[in-house]
Ligand binder design. Sequence first.
Ligand code: NAP
Length: 306
Amino acid sequence: MTQPVYDRIALIGLGLIASSMAHAIRRGNLAGEITGYARSEATRETARRINLCDRIFDTAADAVEDADLVVLCVPVGAMGPVMEEIAPKLKPGATVSDVGSVKRHVIEAVQPHIPQGVHFVPAHPLAGTEHSGPEAGFAELYDNRWCLLVPVEGTDPDAVERLRTLWEGMGANVDEMDADHHDLVLAVTSHAPHLIAYTMVGVADDLRRVTDSEVIKYSAAGFRDFTRIAASDPTMWRDVFLTNKDATLEILGRFTEELFALQRAIRTGDGEHLHDYFTRTRAIRRGIIEAGQDTAAPNFGRGTKS
Ligand code: NAP
């Protein structure tokens, strides 16, 4: 049996990401003990009932006491206040990390509260589903997915390496990235697509009032995939857009320009423009499949009824 990477890991916030971490940590025997804290009594009760962690505490400060690694798994906007609350209880030499979808904002909110002698290694696993809460997690969520580490200047390389070992133990491929670059890349690959999905589903919802239930009844694969993305947690995504404002607006500006160009091609009957564009985008899909980040199975590998 392999040696645990950390003696005690504290998970603060017990939603999809933290619960998947708890399962993956146990699967890989990566911690001597896992402690946990969630804000609401209901979530703490659920976590106790499903035996998600070895011990669940009623305060974040108690959960982090004596932990070697503390992972903040709350919405991006809540990271700073939670960090402020736990700071006095952190063990010297401990590492604080997070899983927030935006990095520059989290660094600015968390870093000022990190006590002397405690390491801070921000991280972001590029894996998720549209489900939330402590029962949504599963051990395989991070298998063959990327986890990006975003160390701040002057971070102890040993603390970074140890966190890398943990994520690799949970099945992830690990890379390092600068915070601003991370936020721009994620604006393209995740944040703007989510906003577009939210918009498309909102438009269909307005239309539904005109066409009765046809939008739901004849929902084709394209729209169904938008609805899955648009079912993602409202709090998490509100915080993502409020805290990755510049990069998201930059990408949405480009998106709007391209959309106008395609709109114009449709209006003027420019089939060549449309065909060339769709040929270029089709190649991107092939690239994602070749990189092992999705399945080539028809209907995204879904059964016929799902
Ligand atoms: P989740 O399932 O909705 O769980 C969020 C957890 O944070 C819950 O335990 C919740 O407590 C707690 N929480 C919410 N607001 C809080 C506040 N103001 N103060 C303290 N605790 C609060 O969310 P998740 O999907 O695990 O996301 C957690 C983090 O992972 C977010 O930063 C998100 O950006 C990042 N992330 C998400 C995904 C994804 O696809 N879901 C992927 C990568 C990274 P209660 O249950 O008690 O309300």
